[in-house]
Design a protein around this ligand. Structure first.
Ligand code: SF4
Length: 374
């Protein structure tokens, strides 16, 4: 009896454009095959290699033997009354992540996760409370976009909608999973894949300063800063990474990023308003002074409650008052409408796998390692 284990197939979703070109060269093909494959997979949503008719029969047979196109497995889907849809997706052996689709008129914004859990541990965030488990691979990041785009129907040309915007704002700190995130964003913006403009792909970061500088060398996507506090003392409590990269260092790195882009940029500053913590008029005043140094618009997000958090959502009046103050100071200031909170899909509520007591120890250990590496 032959006990030789079956050869693992190469998942073509896990290869960057360059890696695909290298792969084709390695099997004696021209590198432009990478573009053909990318079109089939990402532009047309096709996962069956035998349907890729502009590849020779021989090549298709070879690919069928050696490769596969395998998106991560969907555990379940949840629908909000307001039209928001959440997917809970299995990654690896035991992790679950979440992605959220927010349809709004002609826009379909997809909120994509970059890590299972997160080590940054922002005090207002359900993901942070879980701790870090693992980084997602390129197949698991771009696979989320692929799943969502295919959910509108195939073939893609006659789909009911398209993904119009992607925000790297789901579970995890995207800059701590740098290469897969950058390669996934390149595919999002590739005309032969999803064809989104650089203004329609947004990376949101808690402020990993050296990685913002690194990003400026390889990408010019829209950058959003999760600030949430106007001074270091308060931000140290809400976003603990601030102890390592304080506000002024962070804003300086954002200025360098903006300067490296070849167009005029206004940076979006996200500010979660938490009742009695950071929503006072004195905080609005401090924030308006702080941001004088950086062309910015402010996105206010009333805190979304989750189990185990002692924070409260501020009243509508307090939110309005904060917004009015900043508007009067000349800042474009919007209040993000809460979408999908009936399915726990709103900002700061994404958890993937919760109540996983047996794995807490393991996560705590991984968390320590990740934090040390930042
Ligand atoms: S807000 Fe973002 S960076 Fe902070 S803990 Fe949550 S997922 Fe991590």
């Amino acid at each position: 009896m032959n006990t030789k284990p079956a050869k693992t197939k190469i998942n073509l979703l896990s290869l960057s454009k360059q890696e695909l070109a290298d792969f084709f060269v390695s099997i004696g093909e021209k590198p432009f095959r990478a573009t053909q494959i990318i079109k089939w997979i990402h532009q047309r949503g096709v996962s069956d290699i035998s349907l890729m008719t502009d590849l020779s029969k021989d090549l298709r047979e070879k690919l069928l033997k050696e490769c596969e196109i395998r998106a991560p497995e969907i555990e379940r889907e949840e629908y909000s009354e307001d039209g928001t849809k959440k997917w809970i997706i299995k990654v690896g052996e035991k992790d679950l992540i979440e992605m959220v689709l927010i349809p709004e008129n002609d826009r379909s914004t997809l909120c994509v996760s970059s890590q299972a859990g997160c080590a940054v541990d922002c005090s207002f965030c359900a993901t942070g409370k879980q701790g870090f488990s693992r980084n997602l691979g390129l197949d698991e990041i771009i696979g989320q976009v692929w799943i969502a785009a295919n959910s509108f129907g195939l073939p893609r040309e006659s789909a009911s909608r398209n993904i119009t915007n992607v925000v790297m704002m789901g579970m995890g700190e995207p800059l701590l999973n740098f290469i897969p995130v950058v390669e996934a964003m390149k595919l999002m913006m590739d005309d032969n894949a999803y064809g989104l403009s650089k203004r329609k792909v947004t990376l949101s970061t808690s402020g990993i300063v050296p990685k913002i500088d690194e990003l400026s060398k390889v990408s010019d996507v829209a950058l959003t800063i999760s600030l949430h506090a106007p001074n270091d003392q308060l931000r140290n409590e809400l976003v603990p990474i601030n102890k390592k990269y304080p506000i002024q260092e962070l804003l300086d790195s954002v200025k360098r990023y903006v300067a490296s882009c070849d167009d005029k940029r206004v940076t979006t500053i996200e500010y979660i308003l938490i009742d009695g913590i950071n929503d006072d008029l004195s905080h609005a005043e401090e924030l308006s002074v702080l941001l004088e140094q950086l062309p910015s618009k402010i996105n206010l997000i009333p805190f979304n409650a989750f189990e185990g958090s002692n924070y409260l959502k501020p009243s509508g009046n307090r939110v309005k008052r904060f917004q009015e103050y900043l508007k009067n100071k000349g800042y474009v200031t919007t209040i993000r409408s809460t979408r999908g909170d009936d399915i726990m899909a709103a900002c700061g509520q994404l958890v993937g796998q919760v109540n996983d007591k047996t794995r807490r120890k393991e996560r705590a250990q991984k968390n320590k390692i990740q934090i040390k590496a930042i």
